[in-house]
Design a protein around this ligand. Sequence first.
Ligand code: OOG
Ligand code: MG
Length: 262
Amino acid sequence: MSIDHAHWAEYLAAGVDERRELAAITKTIEDLSIDDAYAIQAALLELQLGRGDTLAGAKLGLTSAAKQEQMGVSEPVYGWVRSSTVLEPDDGVNPVALSDFIHPRIEPEIVFRLAEDLAGPGVTAGDALDATAEVIGGIEVIDSRYEAFSFTLPDVVADNTSAAAVAIGTDGVGPREVDLTTLGCVLEVDGEITGTATGAALLGSPAECLAMLANHVGKHGQKLEAGWIIMAGAATDAKPLAVGTTAAARYSSLGSVRVVGV
Ligand code: OOG
Ligand code: MG
C-alpha cells in the first residue's frame, strides 16, 4: 500500500499547532513501516521549515533501557531539532510555557555541539568525538502528539520522536575532557530526585549514540552540520511538567540546567 506522507505530516502538524492529542497513525495504518514513518517525519519537517523555521540540530531517543521500558519501545529513534524550539533562559532558569504543549514531560539530555559536519557511513564513536566542539548538559521537553502519550515505534518516528523544546546549559566541556561513560546525571523535580544515571546508560556511551545518528542520516543522504546541537537521548525516564513545577538536571561535570513550567 502506498502511504500519503504529506497527508500524515499535515495531520501531525495540526496536532502540534493546535496542542491537540491525535489518534496514533497505526490505529489507521496498522502495518506502517519504519521507512514510511521516517518519510512522514521528513514531510513534517519540510512543512515546518517551509514556514520559516530553521534546523538547530538533531536528536536520538529511546537510547537507554530506562526510556525503552517507560515507553514500551525497544529501538532507538532519530529526529530533528528546530531553532524555534530552543528555549531561552531567564536568569539561569528556562521558562517552559505550558500553553505551547499538550502533555509535556522533561528529561535530562547530554548534548553535543558539533565543530564539523558529520555523516555516515562508517562513523565511529571516536570520529563522533573528533567532530565535537563541546559536550553540554541539557533538558529536553518531549510532548507526544498522541493520545495518552502512547505510541508504537513507527508512530513516534513519524511524530519527530516527540520533540518539543530543549534547554541547553552553559558549562560545556571539550569532548575528551571528561569520560562520557562515567558522566553522572541527577534529575530533580520539585526538589526530589526522580532519576540518576551515567552516560554509559546510553547504548554504552553517548559518543556511540552520536555515531549511530551520523550513520542514520548518512543513509538518507543527509549530514549533521557544524554548529548543530545533538541530543544523545535521555538516560532516565521522563517526568511530567506542570505549571509551577521546577526541574533541574545536575551533571557531574557539566553544571546544572533548570526549567520551570509557567
Ligand atoms: C520518545 C522520545 C524519546 C529520549 O530521549 O528518549 C526521547 C518519547 O519518549 O516520547 O527523546
Ligand atoms: Mg529525549
